[in-house]
Design a protein around this ligand. Structure first.
Ligand SMILES: Nc1nc2c(c(=O)[nH]1)N[C@H]1C(S)=C(S)[C@@H](COP(=O)(O)O)O[C@H]1N2
Ligand SMILES: [Mo]
Length: 198
């Protein structure tokens, strides 16, 4: 490869938050074991909390939701970033509308398999590009990357994008999630480097 064919560094640098290093690979990062889902017939996604109508969706019902494709740069707090990842799923706004979120809701708590949680303010969760995603690059998620379903939260370090998602809670109070209770910053904006608390 000739180096002149690559994107100029200056352009990349504008997209790279401080302290991050670009990778072409797709590293895997999580706490605990990768759950197995031999049969999605028994899988469901619960939506509850400060809503008029809590519900749960089967896998088939989830796939029937209007689809949205999002391309975004991901930034892990451990300092790797990856540009132009493409995800497809349903917008969180669709689930919020179906549940009729009350005005008392101010936070969204993502609940994953094995009790992992991640918290985001409601306005972050209701950005049009915040997804529950089941396709990466047009294909079902790899088990390591969250199969069958993960959250995709633009504008925050990637730990907010909970893998193996099983529930969405609309909450009046904020409840720091797994990494947030273990020293990571509650807000997690990569541009001002909100990596760790204190
Ligand atoms: N359920 C669950 N989701 C998780 C994590 C985790 O430990 N458990 N780790 C987070 C972190 S720190 C990162 S950087 C991304 C990594 O996603 P990837 O393995 O698909 O790159 O998943 C996030 N989602
Ligand atoms: Mo991470």
């Amino acid at each position: 490869m000739f180096s002149w064919q690559k994107t100029p560094r200056a352009v990349d640098a504008e997209r790279l938050p401080p302290g991050q290093v670009l990778t072409e690979k797709f590293p895997v990062l999580h706490f605990g074991v990768v759950p197995e889902y031999p049969d999605l017939a028994t899988w469901d996604l619960r939506v509850w909390g400060e809503v008029e109508s809590a519900f749960s969706l089967t896998w088939a019902e989830l796939l029937a939701l209007p689809r949205r494709e999002v391309s975004l740069d991901i930034h892990c707090v451990t300092r790797w970033s990856k540009f132009d990842t493409t995800w497809e799923g349903a917008a969180l706004t669709a689930l919020a509308e179906a549940a009729q979120v009350k005005t008392s809701a101010h936070h969204v708590i993502f609940h994953s398999e094995h009790g992992y949680t991640a918290n985001v303010p409601l306005d972050i969760a209701l950005q049009p590009d915040c997804l529950v995603a089941w396709l990466y690059d047009g294909r079902p998620l790899e088990p390591d990357h969250g199969y069958p379903l993960r959250a995709i939260v633009p504008g925050r370090y990637f730990w907010k994008s909970a893998k193996w998602l099983r529930g969405i809670e609309f909450s009046a109070a904020d409840h720091p999630g797994f990494w947030e209770r273990n020293g990571y910053h509650n807000n997690a904006d990569p541009w001002p480097e909100e990596r760790y608390s204190e």
